[in-house]
Write a protein that binds this ligand. Structure first.
Ligand code: HEM
Length: 459
């Protein structure tokens, strides 16, 4: 690899030097679950930790990940703790549905995410990203922007333009605030959940997050009603987007349709926003890597009028995004529960045990990666990509529950980066490096204050 000379060490919590006491474990799991891990978690293939007496097996080994999430996936249901965190908001949406309802919904949504259909959305992604870059350029040059928040606005705009054809009710900034509030309050693991307390006991964080849930629900009902009316008035004039498809799926009740609208909004923009924010931060911190991306954009973009080609034709830009998702996987944790007992890599998984596949750990594992904590996009350059095992790099998960929006997100990520970085430069101006915090996604605590300046004239 060429850039091994002076690579940037990406900020991350230091592994715990010794096992945490039970109160310290609960405190840490509530505040920032990625801080619970000790050094062994970054070194061993499979570990068992019976926190709070729940047998928990953590799997870091690619072949074993394949066994659990692909070959023997039917034996691993969604973990009850994961469901308790996500279901109050997402209910029976695709991310949290199980069994027959999940299968039916997944099949119904598949046509939206075929390569052809996703490719057809590239032009809208580029137009929205370009407009966003121009607005950013014209804003006060010297005032630092919170790029984490800016990316949430951008990906929300792209999502609602592509999958909902600008039909979501409500005002984007208010929406972004409510989403932030939701992730902040609901995204935390409640100690009562860790202790497996009955569902009827109120969780304080979630009660406080109730306001954002009510807000989202109202917005979504309104959105569905408006489109239903449009379809009823003239079916041919309704856009052929995810929203129409959902409303026309047979066998989904009105509330299941709404659950999916909220699921696709939630799952479809916050994750991509985190990926973009961390990429811009890492590139700002590693000027050699930033130069490579800027050079690629300067040289290649003028000959690439069709943005549907960018994900393949801009390998350096894409590599930076992929490496950022290695270091800061937007979805850091895949949580399952063993239905029947299983044996993985010589370790017993009792029936009812939790099974954790943590992209956060797998992507930083010492046996799998050279200099795992360093930002080295060259790992993902086309000539090196083949050396990365399919089950060693899993930002989108694997198996039947793999992210349905993976190619949408990759295409969007490259297009957004290209539009932002072809004229703008982002410099990190925070007093301290950002600290990654797991609140459903991996977020930079305190945001990403960055100065945005123009590096060259518009193309
Ligand atoms: C960088 C961006 C993204 C990342 C890192 C990401 C990551 C993931 C991961 C890891 C899963 C699997 C969760 C599990 O196995 O427990 C997942 C599922 C899902 N993702 Fe994404 N995602 C991204 C973008 C998107 C987008 C753009 C959409 C929709 C437009 C989307 C919609 C979904 C849905 C609906 C599921 C549930 C699929 C199922 O269970 O069948 N995601 N995502």
């Amino acid at each position: 690899m060429s850039a091994l000379s002076d690579p940037f060490l990406a900020p991350a919590p230091r592994p715990q030097p010794r096992p945490l006491s039970t109160p310290a474990f609960i405190w840490t799991a509530m505040r920032n679950p990625i801080e619970i891990w000790g050094e062994r978690a970054y070194r061993e293939r499979v570990l068992r930790n019976d926190w709070l007496r729940v047998p928990t097996v953590i799997v870091n080994d690619p072949a074993t990940i394949r066994h659990c999430l692909v070959d023997n996936a039917a034996n691993y249901a969604m973990q009850p703790l994961r469901q308790r965190v996500l279901r109050p908001m997402l209910r029976d949406g695709l991310l949290t549905a199980e069994g027959e309802l999940w299968r039916r919904t997944r099949r119904a949504m598949a046509p939206v995410f075929t390569p052809r259909n996703v490719g057809g959305l590239a032009a809208i992604m580029a137009t929205r990203s370009q407009a966003f870059a121009e607005a950013l350029e014209q804003s006060e040059a010297d005032a630092p922007r919170d790029v984490a928040n800016e990316m949430t606005l951008l990906t929300y705009d792209i999502l609602q333009a592509t999958l909902f054809t600008d039909a979501i009710a409500g005002e984007p900034a208010e929406f972004a605030r409510a989403m932030d509030d939701f992730l902040h309050r609901m995204g935390r693991i409640d100690p009562l959940d860790l202790l497996d307390a009955p569902a009827f006991l109120p969780r304080v964080g979630r009660l406080l997050g109730h306001r954002s849930t009510t807000y989202f629900r109202r917005l979504i009902t309104e959105t569905a009603e408006r489109r239903r009316a449009l379809i009823a008035a003239d079916p041919t004039s309704a856009p052929r987007d995810l929203l129409t498809l959902l409303l026309q799926t047979e066998g989904l009740s009105a509330s299941e349709v709404e659950d999916n609208i909220i699921t696709f909004i939630g799952a479809g923009h916050e994750t991509t926003a985190r990926a973009l924010g961390w990429t811009l931060y890492l590139l700002a911190s590693a000027p050699i890597e930033r130069d490579k991306v800027e050079r690629e954009l300067d040289e290649q973009l003028p000959g690439l009028p069709d943005p549907r080609e960018w994900a393949d034709a801009l390998p350096r830009t894409r590599a930076a995004l992929e490496e950022a998702m290695r270091l800061y996987p937007p979805a850091p944790s895949l949580n399952r529960m063993a239905i029947e007992a299983d044996t993985v890599a010589g370790m017993e998984v009792p029936a009812g045990a939790s099974l954790l596949v943590m992209p956060w750990l797998v992507h930083r594992h010492e046996a799998l990666w050279e200099r795992p904590g360093h930002f080295l996009p060259d790992r993902f350059a086309p000539e090196n990509r083949g050396r990365i095992d399919r089950y060693q790099y899993i930002p989108f998960g694997v198996g039947p529950r793999v992210c349905i929006g993976a190619s949408f997100a990759l295409q969007e990520g490259v297009i957004a980066l290209a539009c932002l970085m072809r004229t703008l430069r982002f410099e990190y101006v925070g007093a301290r490096p950002p600290h990654p915090v797991q609140k459903i996604t991996v977020q930079p605590r305190g945001g990403l204050p960055m100065r945005v300046t123009r590096r060259r004239k518009s193309l």
